[in-house]
Design a protein around this ligand. Structure first.
Ligand code: COA
Length: 377
């Protein structure tokens, strides 16, 4: 299993262990990516997103009865109150859906504030359940389409697909979304999770923690990379053009979205899994163009820079081949990662210490105050 990067420079907190967690390991040599001790490979091939969210929040896989109850709670959480609908109706139709989710969760925190004494668990289930409804309601309605709030999709993945495309998914699309949600669910102290923990460490409320995390995930160096990766891949007409184009970009020192990682040194274990689903969906649709261009980019990036594709890269192809609009790519990450954020907020609260690091001061030495009359023009 892959190595992790070694760094003497701690800028950006690289290489710094900023706390303890029992939720997830990232890139531990010989171990790889584990959620609560279970490998990402096992979870992605054998379980459902509902089981994984239960595992992340409770520490153990659910029994059949526990899973049934959990699924029911998540389904009840789909309910969209009228006030939230009215707020969503007022958002610009050309807003970025990440902004819609961020403000939607913030609004939910006003309308249904976290109950006194909640460990965070009840708020977590409600937020997980409602996020696809918030996203789909605003997105489909802003295009004048029917919103399937009464969807009979039983699974979380099926409901997500229905709400973000407005149509019932195929079996393969539903399965891909289930796997993708599992892969995106948790990743230790990544930037958005760390944000959520910093916010939780001040003893702020659950909705504030999730709102802050969504804002952090939006950036192209983090969750926004899957959307940007699609724009890159689709800008090429064929693999030859892609190879040439990527070499030119690298020569100009441009960053290629969907490549590299702050922790993994050799490979992202999630890449092989989502790549396989991107291939299956491309085959189902009988259109291999995007997949072949993606492979050409992956090969070129490795040969030229020894940089490997991360989860975001083939997610772009997999989502596009499932008929998902590009603006929805990063929001899907939110619908999934909320489970990881929730587990971390709860864990932070259980053994809280205010997160407050030191800075290396690099500013001027102490100097005398200059009165305004003496400062010149
Ligand atoms: N494309 C081109 N060059 C890249 C690159 C990319 N995607 N990722 C890293 N590099 C380059 C850096 O510019 C740097 O070059 P330099 O030494 O000449 O300055 C070198 O590789 C080492 O970078 P590194 O320090 O390992 O990266 P990091 O830890 O600072 O950053 C990321 C990690 C994820 C922020 C970075 O790889 C990146 O921006 N990737 C693209 C965005 C992305 O896919 N994000 C999702 C992450 S899951």
């Amino acid at each position: 299993m892959g190595k992790i990067k070694q760094s003497k420079d701690t800028t950006g907190l690289r290489g710094v262990r900023a706390g303890n967690t029992a939720i997830c390991t990232v890139g531990v040599e010989g171990v790889g990516l584990l959620y609560r001790g279970y490998s990402i490979e096992d979870l992605a091939s054998k379980s459902t997103f509902e089981e994984v969210t239960y595992l992340l929040l409770n520490g153990e896989l659910p029994t059949k009865k526990q899973l049934d109850e959990w699924k029911q709670k998540l389904k009840e959480g789909r309910y969209l109150p009228e006030t939230i609908k009215e707020i969503l109706d007022k958002f610009p139709t050309d807003a970025h859906p990440m902004d819609v989710l961020r403000t939607g969760v913030s609004a939910l925190g006003l309308i249904e504030p976290e109950e006194e004494g909640d460990t965070g668990f009840n708020a977590a289930v409600r937020i997980l359940g409602i996020l696809p409804s918030i996203l789909g309601y605003w997105y489909l309605k802003s295009q004048g389409k029917e919103v399937p709030l009464d969807s009979d999709e039983e699974t979380f993945a099926g409901y997500v697909m229905h709400m973000i495309t407005g149509r019932k998914p195929t079996d393969l699309e539903r399965q891909m979304m289930n796997v993708s949600l599992i892969l995106y669910a948790e990743h230790e102290f990544n930037a958005s999770t760390f944000t959520a923990r910093v916010c939780a460490s001040t003893l702020s409320d659950f909705h504030s923690c999730i709102t802050a995390a969504i804002g952090t995930l939006k950036g192209p160096l983090h969750g926004g990379a899957n959307e940007k990766a699609y724009y890159l891949i689709s800008s090429f007409n064929d693999p030859e053009e892609a190879i040439k184009g990527i070499k030119e970009k690298l020569a100009k020192k441009e960053k290629i979205m969907g490549f590299g990682h702050a922790v993994y040194a050799e490979r992202d274990p999630r890449n092989a899994i989502i790549k396989e689903w991107a291939r299956k969906l491309s085959e189902e649709k009988g259109d291999m163009k995007l997949y072949e261009i993606s492979e050409a980019i992956e090969k070129t990036m490795w040969e030229e820079k020894r940089l490997f594709a991360n989860l975001d890269f083939y997610s772009a192809t997999a989502y596009h081949m499932a008929g998902i609009e590009t603006r929805m790519f990063t929001p899907i990450f939110v619908l999934s990662r909320s489970s990881g954020w929730a587990a971390h907020i709860i864990e932070q609260r259980q053994n809280n210490k205010l997160i407050r690091p030191l800075a290396n001061y690099v500013g001027p030495e102490e100097r005398p105050y200059v009165p305004i009359e003496e400062r010149g023009e």
